[in-house]
Design a protein around this ligand. Structure first.
Ligand code: ATP
Ligand code: MG
Length: 580
């Protein structure tokens, strides 16, 4: 995202309360340069919700000529994995963003440790021997103040000695913590002497066995922001109550005034901008008919309720991508949803609308028949072959044209024929006429059946209705799509729908969980026929199969000789009609 000025000229400047703060801070000279970061924990795959945060952080950096880092918040080693790190990097790039620097909270472990020793020397932190359970008992409640730990008044020397021994690995997991000395009576429970470090003898995916102690999230996050000179630390609303602790850590460590604490980085030649960051919270993206917590998505994968992290029904960016959603649709969603402090649930149809709007402009058109019934045109000679020319896009000539083979044998969609038509059915019926898209007007003369099942239609094509002929524009009520019965290519088509059948799958009334609300029709795999120009599409190409929906050539399984397509989204919202 290199040329913010041209982007700003092309589209009206976006406004929301965060962008307004950024504008004011630039105008007032508080900051000469904006730095943001996207800070995922590598404990799962990114989901739709993360795309809001990514678009915001990288978007602001691009719009205001600033920088955005990708920083892995890797302070919880037992849940983290390199597999996630790599997938997250790929996802951010797929969204079209490039980070200024790739950082890890673990890059700063040495600095964070030195800063903690400094807090001890300043009388702002102490080593506490209370067990986790005792800490809970001492913490108090929303209505009652907590009690001070009996270890709170240890001397600086004793604290330093114990903390160094924690670091040396002398104590068992959970035996001791380093705690901030703040206020056990604070109305904000996060300020009741929160833990800064815990003992955890677990290998870390980046630092291996170098550390038997790990910093807590709030401490590590605040100081990581400070080290990187993040000016605006944007996070979701649940961190609002953590902001006083964030500020406490920044203000008491004062990295920006204490270059000596940053020596481990400067020694390694790692740039730091050490400044005082400001945390600003915005509301999470919530969408109905889905769940969006890494923990729950992990459970779906582990319990084999979906095929994997990149199952096209998953709200993970990997799943969404595989389904065929273009990254531009996520940018559009972020724009339409906007940034505010109001929590809300966005209707799934808003997301689907973004996909349709982007794909309508972008996807080439092709024809496919996914529930085929055979048509023989009896007034064309056996073995008749011809090639028609079709535009690839109805509104965009620059997308060119393609050859579409046509013959005396065709496939049409089973639902485009009704032997005993219901009122208002305007497609093919015995003795009736229908327009074959771009090929002429077809009349059904005979229905060939096997028992009750219709197996073939014998039809005639009005020769005067062929393309370029006098009668080509003769009016008939319906138009249907088709695929050549000779040149058409067999294809596997995976028809995906929403993963959950209820608006709020997290609703646990009646002891149910989201597992009980899975949509049994969320995938249906069928075999159909596609025109040759669809089979040769590259993996992940988006295409509109006329009248059927938007599809994508399967990212992994599609090949020209064995085509596989995923349905990304139907052409219209079929859920609104269900009154769901
Ligand atoms: P989850 O709750 O799904 O596990 P998380 O918040 O723990 O997600 P992180 O890896 O900590 O995931 O998130 C990285 C960044 O993405 C954070 O700044 C977080 O606030 C943001 N984020 C996560 N979920 C959403 C969401 N639904 N909408 C907007 N931003 C989100
Ligand atoms: Mg988290």
């Amino acid at each position: 995202m290199s040329e913010p000025s041209t982007a700003a000229e092309a589209t009206p400047a976006r406004t929301d309360f965060i962008r307004n703060i950024v504008r004011e801070d630039l105008a007032s000279g508080k900051h000469g340069h904006i730095n943001t970061r996207f800070p995922p924990e590598p404990n799962g795959y990114l989901h739709l919700g993360h795309s809001k945060s990514i678009c915001l952080n990288f978007g602001i950096a691009a719009e205001f000529g600033g920088h955005c880092n990708l920083r892995f918040d890797d302070t919880n080693p037992e849940k983290e994995d390199l597999e996630y790190v790599e997938a997250i990097k790929a996802d951010v790039r797929w969204l079209g963003f490039e980070w200024h620097e790739l950082r890890h909270a673990s890059d700063y472990f040495e600095v964070l440790y030195l800063a903690a020793e400094q807090l001890i020397r300043d009388g702002k932190a102490f080593v506490c021997d209370l067990s986790a359970e005792e800490v809970r008992q001492y913490r108090g409640s929303l209505t009652e103040p907590g009690r001070e730990s009996p270890f709170r008044n240890r001397s600086v020397e004793e604290n330093l000695d114990l903390f160094r021994r924690m670091r040396a690995g002398e104590f068992a997991d959970g035996a001791r913590t380093l705690r901030a000395k703040i206020d056990m009576a604070s109305g904000n429970i996060n300020l009741r002497d929160p833990a800064l470090y815990r003992i955890k003898k677990v290998s870390h995916q980046a630092t291996g066995d170098a550390w038997p102690i790990y910093p807590m999230y709030d401490y590590a996050h605040a100081l990581s922001d400070a080290i990187e000179g993040i000016t605006h630390s944007l996070c979701t609303l649940e961190f609002e109550d953590h902001r006083p602790l964030y500020d406490w850590a920044v203000d008491h460590v004062r990295l920006h005034e204490r270059p000596e604490l940053l020596k481990p980085l400067t020694d390694k030649g790692v740039p730091n901008e050490a400044a005082k960051p400001r945390q600003i919270e915005f509301s999470r993206l919530n969408i109905n008919y889905t769940v969006m917590s890494k923990r729950k998505l992990l459970a779906l994968v582990n319990e084999r309720l979906v095929a994997g992290w990149d199952d096209p029904r998953m709200p993970t960016l990997q799943g969404i991508r595989r389904r065929g959603v273009p990254p531009e649709a996520l940018h559009l969603l972020a724009e339409r949803v906007g940034i505010s402090k109001q929590n809300s649930v966005i209707d799934f149809s808003v997301f689907e609308g973004c996909i349709r709007d982007v794909l309508d402009a972008k996807a080439e058109r092709r024809m496919a028949v996914i529930d085929p019934i055979k048509v023989t045109i009896t007034n064309l000679p056996e073995g008749h072959r011809e090639t028609l020319r079709f535009a690839n896009h109805p509104k965009d000539e620059s997308k060119g044209q393609r050859d579409v083979p046509f013959s005396n044998a065709l496939w049409i969609e089973r639902e485009d024929f009704m032997e005993t038509p219901v009122k208002g059915f305007h497609r093919l019926v015995p003795g009736g006429e229908v327009r074959l898209r771009g090929a002429g007007i077809l009349k059904c003369d005979a229905v060939i059946k096997d028992g009750d099942a219709v197996v073939e239609l014998h039809c005639t094509l009005d020769p005067e209705s062929r393309p370029g002929m006098e009668g080509a524009n003769r009016k008939v009520k319906g138009t249907i799509h088709w695929v050549c019965g000779n040149a058409g290519i067999k294809a596997e088509v995976r028809l995906y729908d929403r993963l959950f059948s209820v608006e709020n799958p997290d609703n646990d009334e009646g002891g149910k969980t989201y597992r009980d609300h899975l949509n049994p029709d969320s995938v249906r795999v069928v075999t159909g026929y596609i025109e040759p120009a669809a089979a040769v599409l590259a993996n992940e190409s988006a295409v509109q199969f006329e009248r059927l929906g938007y599809f994508a050539a399967e990212r992994y399984d599609h090949a020209a000789e064995r085509p596989v397509f995923n349905r990304t989204v139907t052409l219209r919202d079929s859920w609104a009609a269900k009154g769901a």
